[in-house]
Ligand binder design. Structure first.
Ligand code: CO8
Length: 261
């Protein structure tokens, strides 16, 4: 494992093909200071450039996935500074990963913490997880997807309620609402995320990237455009070696040997 100032990175799974990022600023409940998010962005760059890595797992600690953007760091900033400097816009790096990212969330996922979980492709939660958008209590608004991705994930009424009241949502309610795909005991959520990441990593990386791009495009496109794009990408898989290998292996009753080409 490699220890940064605010995060730990590692390669996990039997084949070492899962990129692992653990937020590690325990004293501040993983408050997402500038330095921490820069390290996360660098880790995503590194894992994306590593041809062996097929999927990334992002986690925090048992008590907090992340308690939000760093309030102490933000409190004295002014409009001109945050606007001109495009404050925190580089957080997007996580959402822009071509490789799938699984968030394994224990404890608090508040404000920016909930938002970075939602930038991931799959959220697994420990039974103690709590999701919330408490920005309103600070006189600000969610700035990294809490009004957009959250609404798409759980619908208008629940998103409005969370954003306007700052009330937190439990892991089991988050699962019912569709924010989270599965809930596990606290000590198992990271391992379960790694197992799923290993499974994803066993498939062709071209195909996983295509699936991710297609599902994400459903947020942006009309159904007609989305179905058209889907059909075109489906056709495009016929230009890959891995599509041929996958279908040939099925016919020959053997396991496919994907080469990511
Ligand atoms: N920022 C800075 N420090 C924090 C934060 C935070 N978000 N959260 C916790 N800490 C610090 C505390 O100040 C405390 O430090 P110290 O020991 O030096 O006093 C330490 O972490 C432990 O916290 P608590 O003592 O408060 O622990 P509790 O168990 O009593 O409470 C809570 C835990 C409920 C999570 C509480 O800490 C809390 O309410 N935290 C703030 C949650 C919050 O409001 N988050 C939203 C922040 S705003 C935001 O995220 C906007 C995102 C916009 C992104 C835009 C991108 C483009």
């Amino acid at each position: 494992a490699t220890q940064g100032e605010y995060i730990i990175t590692d390669k996990k799974g039997e084949k070492g093909n899962v990129g692992f990022i653990q937020l590690n600023r325990r004293k501040a409940l993983n408050a997402l200071c500038d330095g921490l998010m820069k390290e996360v962005a660098q880790a995503v760059d590194t894992f994306e450039a590593d041809a062996n890595i097929g999927c990334i797992v992002l986690t925090g600690g048992d008590k907090a996935f992340a308690a939000g953007a760093d309030i102490k760091e933000m409190k004295d900033r002014d409009f001109a500074g945050v606007y001109n400097g495009d404050f925190l816009s580089f957080w997007d790096r996580l959402a822009k990963s071509k490789k799938p990212v699984i968030a394994a969330v224990n404890g608090y996922a508040l404000g920016g913490g909930c938002e970075i979980a939602m930038m991931c492709d799959i959220i697994y939660a420990g039974e103690n997880a709590q999701f919330g958008q408490p920005e309103i209590t600070l006189g600000t608004v969610p700035g990294a997807g809490g009004t957009q991705r959250l609404c798409k994930a759980i619908g208008k009424s629940k998103a409005m309620e969370m954003v306007l009241t700052a009330d937190r949502m439990s892991a089991s309610d988050a699962e019912k609402a569709g924010l989270v795909s599965k809930v596990f005991p606290v000590d198992q959520v990271v391992n379960e995320a790694i197992k799923t990441a290993e499974k994803i990593s066993s498939y062709s990386k071209i195909t996983t990237a295509m699936c991710k791009e297609l599902i994400n495009s459903s947020y942006e496109l009309s159904l007609k455009e989305g179905l058209h794009f889907e059909k075109r990408i489906f056709h495009a898989t016929f230009a890959t070696e891995d599509r041929k290998e996958g279908m040939t292996a099925f016919s020959e009753k053997r396991k496919p040997n994907f080469t990511d080409k």
